[in-house]
Design a protein around this ligand. Structure first.
Ligand code: SF4
Length: 347
């Protein structure tokens, strides 16, 4: 018997940026793995979204999508317990996006905070395109086409869900009769702890400070060794504070209580050195990454397996999305079926 929550549908996607890193894992993937037993989950690889910024050179998108698929499977997403698919394999997302573009005021898109932020921060690409402005609307279509109940997000993504809710409301007020065709989804705030990269800034591919889920043990240990620490701990004899140290942040997420106690005590009393402390953090990471890497081997030697799983998921997703599109077209009076002209109309 499904629990009440299992009947609730969760929708989320990830851009195919290549092999995933620990930030992707603690910020999303780890939550998704847990959710697949609690909700009816649909997870997609947002390859069209990748085009909104990488349109000038799309040559890596397909390979990157496959890498993401393998990381998902390695992390424990299970095609028996969730639907995993490629966005571009369900082309009706684009149809709904187009229909939404007819009813969405430009101002709604221009005020999405990440739009302004990214235009200012990504200087090396020309983002003054229609596709880039419209990507939150494509996200709305991605969600509403599955009539999702919840969208798991961190705080910074809440405005995107709010836009989706506004679009659904506008659609329903214009076209729905007794029952809303597109239910409004709610944000599902998920655990997304602060995960620093090796330079202490937020872990991100664009900063080159990541630890990949696929990094072998020697690489993890090497990256940890180069990681920045509490700047006040210059000498071995200087006491430090794990609360202002990026390595301390890693411990808080990945280490057990016993190790945490040793870190706090040893760091504040200068009883341990940073090398030793980083070694413990590396131990914790290796323990988490090893089983993932073990599971990934099967797909690395047969990538087609991962591809086929996502293909099968795309077919399942298409069935659900098609049903919504039938409702949407009907509500907008553009159903594909022939309808005889009404009496009094010219033929
Ligand atoms: S001992 Fe550990 S927590 Fe303290 S400054 Fe060094 S690396 Fe950071």
């Amino acid at each position: 018997m499904p629990t009440p929550q299992q009947a609730k549908r969760v929708l989320s996607g990830m851009r195919p940026t290549g092999k995933l890193h620990l930030g992707n894992y603690v910020g999303a993937l780890d939550n998704w793995v847990r959710m697949q037993d609690e909700y009816d989950c649909f997870f997609f690889i947002a390859d069209w979204h990748a085009l909104t910024t990488d349109y000038a050179d799309p040559s890596n998108i397909k390979q990157n999508s496959l890498e993401v698929a393998m990381d998902w499977l390695a992390a424990g997403l299970d095609p028996e317990r969730c639907v995993m698919f490629f966005q571009s394999h369900v082309p009706v997302h684009a149809e709904l996006h187009l229909l939404f573009s007819m009813i969405t005021p430009l101002g709604w898109l221009e005020r999405v905070p990440t739009y302004k932020e990214q235009r200012e921060n990504i200087k090396e690409k020309d983002l003054s395109t229609y596709g880039f402005l419209g990507y939150p609307l494509l996200q709305s279509a991605d969600i509403l086409i599955y009539k999702g109940d919840f969208v798991p997000v961190g705080e910074d993504q809440v405005p995107h869900v709010e836009l989706t809710r506004e679009v659904a409301r506008r659609f329903n007020s214009l076209y729905s009769k007794e029952v809303d065709v597109l239910p409004e989804p709610k944000p599902l705030l998920t655990r997304s702890p602060k995960l620093p990269g090796t330079d202490g800034r937020k872990m991100s591919k664009s900063y080159g400070n990541t630890i990949l889920l696929t990094d072998p043990e020697p690489t993890v240990r090497h990256k940890l060794k180069t990681m920045v620490t509490d700047p006040k701990r210059v000498r071995r004899t200087d006491p430090g504070d794990p609360d202002v140290c990026p390595v301390g942040d890693l411990h808080k997420i990945f280490s057990n209580a016993e190790t945490m106690a040793k870190v706090y005590e040893g760091c504040r009393s200068a009883g341990i050195g940073c090398i030793e402390c980083k070694g413990w953090a590396a131990d914790a990471l290796v323990q988490i990454l090893s089983p993932l890497q073990e599971r990934r081997k099967k797909y690395e030697s047969h990538p087609r397996l991962a591809w086929d799983i996502l293909e099968a998921g795309s077919a399942k997703a298409l069935t659900v999305a098609d049903a919504t599109m039938r409702d949407v077209r009907k509500a907008m009076a553009i159903a594909l079926e022939y309808e005889p002209p009404q009496a009094g109309e010219s033929r």
